[in-house]
Design a protein. Structure first.
Length: 466
């Protein structure tokens, strides 16, 4: 496909503003896939709006031009990943770079061209009306890229497992009914033997592991089917792709381990020793097999987030890769939960609360905390008791969000050193909650002119002194 002819930046519009300029040394960039439109203050260049292609030579020329125009801060708006190369180049040159959410700009009508967009971005940035999106430090960004790619490999492997299951069902081989995981020890042995040419259920059933719950007779019955060549070909192809994903996953784990060791070697040894693990369980199938807690303990300056209930070392690794190790990037824990979109988005008009629904978001850190909150419902912990109480009152979806928000607050407090987490237990939480309910009931009864009586002892429960 031929590239479209480059558009001329056109004549810039000089728009007077009623705001005082907080920082005149700013520029605005509207990023695109083929070219970027850049606007600098009108008094810095005879042509204050220029376009640059996305080739590296032009991006370096863009950085030189901004330096010549005495620009110190740059705001950019983009979709996709087109902004990453120019962001990294400008950040390396010492510019303050803000990546602006497009939703914060689109509500102003009449600016539907790239030229108008970059001018408007510069105008808003000069009067301090723009906030940059969060981006971790460069080493954490690299760790985040490794872990996101690792998650992609896991999802791809899951897709190939589903396709293998489909091929088996089409041949009426009911292996998923007698084996909990077809990629486990028994399942993979049988699949590899089928792909190698074995069709007799009796030898295939000999691959049964002693831990398998299904009997050999059940496995023989499940593997008696119609071995059609086309479905066997699909099974073979997807098994090979699954094995390739597993090999790539092992290589990715080596890269993550090496990067973690490099990061931990750059920081000093914390004064607080690494505490013993909260639980001693084998890593799950998709979790890395290398040591995670020790380098994370060094990176977070002696903090062990895996002491919080529900957070495994791998979960903490994914969380740190998304939020970094410096909680001061958010002024308060409320700012942190708002950035995670775990706080209610209150819409108030005329003194009435119109809506308090949580804003939808693709925040990966919030997704990690939500998955952790779901797993807490089956634990005898204070967080588990909190989740069960809310689930019974307002439903599971809202309880997951509320528990994830509580987890986020705990993570924020532990990271900034304000809290050393110790689980009080489900019984202690239920007892504390019962005390709070009784106190409110006594206050309510006293207001209405009644008294609470313990039915077992006959004792009158005195109202609480407030």
């Amino acid at each position: 496909m031929k590239h479209n002819r480059r558009r001329s930046p056109g004549k810039p519009r000089v728009s007077p503003t009623v705001f005082d300029r907080l920082n005149p040394n700013v520029a605005g960039i509207d990023c695109g896939s083929a070219e970027h439109f850049v606007a600098v203050p009108p008094d810095r260049d005879p042509n204050p709006v220029q376009s640059f292609t996305t080739f590296t030579t032009d991006l370096l020329r863009l950085a030189d031009w901004l330096t010549a125009c005495r620009v110190t801060s740059v705001a950019m708006e983009a979709t996709g990943v087109y902004w990453i190369p120019i962001y990294e180049i400008l950040e390396a040159r010492g510019f303050e770079v803000l990546l602006v959410n497009a939703r914060h700009l689109k509500n102003v009508p009449g600016r539907k061209s790239d030229v108008s967009d970059c001018e408007w971005i510069r105008e808003l940035h000069s009067v301090g009306l723009l906030r940059g999106s969060f981006r971790p430090t460069d080493p954490i960004v690299a760790l985040r890229a490794y872990l996101r790619h690792r998650q992609t490999l896991i999802e791809s492997a899951g897709t190939y497992i589903q396709r293998m299951q489909k091929a088996l069902i089409q041949m009426n081989l009911q292996l998923p009914l007698v084996v909990s995981d077809i990629t486990g020890v028994t399942g993979l042995r049988i699949l590899r033997d089928i792909v190698a040419g074995q069709r007799d259920p009796q030898p295939l059933a000999e691959h049964r592991d002693h831990r398998c719950r299904a009997s050999k007779a059940e496995i023989i019955a499940a593997l008696t089917g119609n071995y059609r060549p086309e479905h066997l070909f699909v099974l073979q192809q997807n098994l090979a792709l699954f094995d390739a994903c597993q090999a790539q996953l092992a290589t990715c784990d080596l890269a993550i381990e090496a990067h973690l060791q490099t990061l931990s070697a750059q920081v000093s040894t914390p004064a607080v020793p690494l505490p013993p693990p909260r639980v001693t369980k084998k890593p799950r199938d998709n979790e890395p097999r290398f040591e995670v807690r020790a380098p994370l303990h060094r990176l977070t300056n002696g903090v062990d987030l895996s002491q919080i209930d529900g957070l495994t070392p791998y979960t903490v690794l994914k969380l740190v890769a998304e939020i970094g190790t410096d909680p001061s990037r958010w002024p308060t824990e409320k700012h942190f939960t708002s950035w995670l979109t775990l706080a209610p988005k209150n819409k108030i008009s005329g003194g009435r609360l119109l809506s308090s629904r949580t804003q939808p978001s693709a925040n990966r850190a919030a997704a990690v905390l939500r998955m952790t909150a779901m797993s807490l419902g089956r634990t005898q912990t204070a967080l588990g008791a909190f989740y069960r109480r809310l689930a019974a009152r307002i439903g599971k979806p809202q309880a997951i969000t509320a528990t994830a928000r509580k987890l986020a607050i705990l993570v924020y407090r532990v990271l900034n050193g304000a809290l050393v987490y110790r689980d009080p237990g489900a019984d202690a939480y239920d007892g504390h909650q019962r005390t709070r309910v009784l106190r409110r009931l006594r206050q309510r009864a006293a207001t209405l002119g009644f008294e609470l009586v313990n039915r077992e002892t006959g004792e009158i429960l005195e109202p609480a002194i407030s």
